[in-house]
Design a protein around this ligand. Structure first.
Ligand SMILES: [Zn+2]
Length: 272
């Protein structure tokens, strides 16, 4: 009897340790889930406060031009198709930056950046609307807040929901520096693509142009494009989008031409 006791208590100890470990993991997992859930409840105004720390740097590069007016008008048209909850407390705006970077991005606080280099790559209005819809998707899914580190996210949640203990400014500054290098996950990117596709279809009544730009990128293998550095492989995006279009039986009709003010943007004409 006495010989058998020690191994039994070792086994019991192991079981207890295992239970504690499992409980610890569960607690950690629960906290992360809770933070994720609470992030989605953070009001857009908090995100706009964060955006106010990042947006001015881009505002300085923006230039007023006919292209800006056209882009504003297109974004407005797309906004009317947004689900109701995505219009509350939002302040969407677009900044056109005359720079050869071929990219578009969403800054926290509802600002979309579109570079001249991207417009030069486009062949239809539909392609542009798909890209704008994708960026609106990042706002809808609160991707900026979800992209910040867990530690900072937890601090932000505490500051917003438990009460600010004077630390918000510090947290915001840390988050702003985090956001300048933030990259969204593959999953976030495909969710934004799906959101963009839905908007595209509700705007035009069909899905033509949804994949054209990505398809061209994949074909041309143009590695110089900034958009490729921050987004999943365009070939994969095309495949997923085409599957969704087929599953939902979205019709494909004629493309709308790029508005004249955007078509006029040609490297040779506009280099200042
Ligand atoms: Zn994206």
């Amino acid at each position: 009897m006495t010989d058998r006791n020690p191994p039994t208590s070792n086994k019991q100890l192991l079981i207890i340790l295992g239970i504690f470990l499992a409980l610890g993991c569960l607690l950690l997992w629960g906290t992360l889930k809770l933070v994720d859930g609470l992030i989605l409840l953070i009001p857009p105004s908090v995100e706009q406060q964060l955006g106010a720390l990042v947006v001015p740097a881009y505002e300085r590069l923006a230039a007023h031009s006919p292209a800006q007016d056209t882009l504003d008008r297109l974004l407005e048209r797309l906004e009317t198709k947004l689900p109701k909850e995505q219009k509350i407390d939002r302040n969407y705006r677009l900044l056109y930056i005359p720079d050869d970077t071929a990219n578009a991005l969403a800054l926290p606080g509802d600002t979309i950046i579109v570079y001249r280099g991207l417009i030069q790559q486009l062949e239809s209005e539909n392609e542009l609307m798909m890209i704008l819809g994708h960026e609106l998707g990042h706002f809808a899914n609160r991707d900026h807040l979800r992209a910040i580190g867990r530690g900072l996210a937890l601090q932000l949640v505490v500051a917003v929901f438990v009460g600010d203990t004077g630390g918000f400014a510090n947290i915001a500054a840390a988050i702003a520096s985090d956001l300048s290098k933030a990259q969204f996950s593959r999953n976030q990117e495909s969710q934004a693509d799906e959101f963009g596709l839905k908007l595209l279809v509700s705007h035009y009544g069909h899905a033509a142009g949804a994949t054209d730009f990505f398809q061209r990128l994949a074909r041309e293998n143009n590695l110089d494009i900034a958009l490729l550095a921050t987004h999943p492989a365009p070939g994969d995006r095309t495949v997923t989008l085409k599957q969704t279009i087929a599953q939902r039986r979205y019709p494909i009709r004629d493309l709308s031409p790029l508005p004249a003010t955007l078509k006029a943007i040609d490297k040779s004409l506009l280099l200042k």
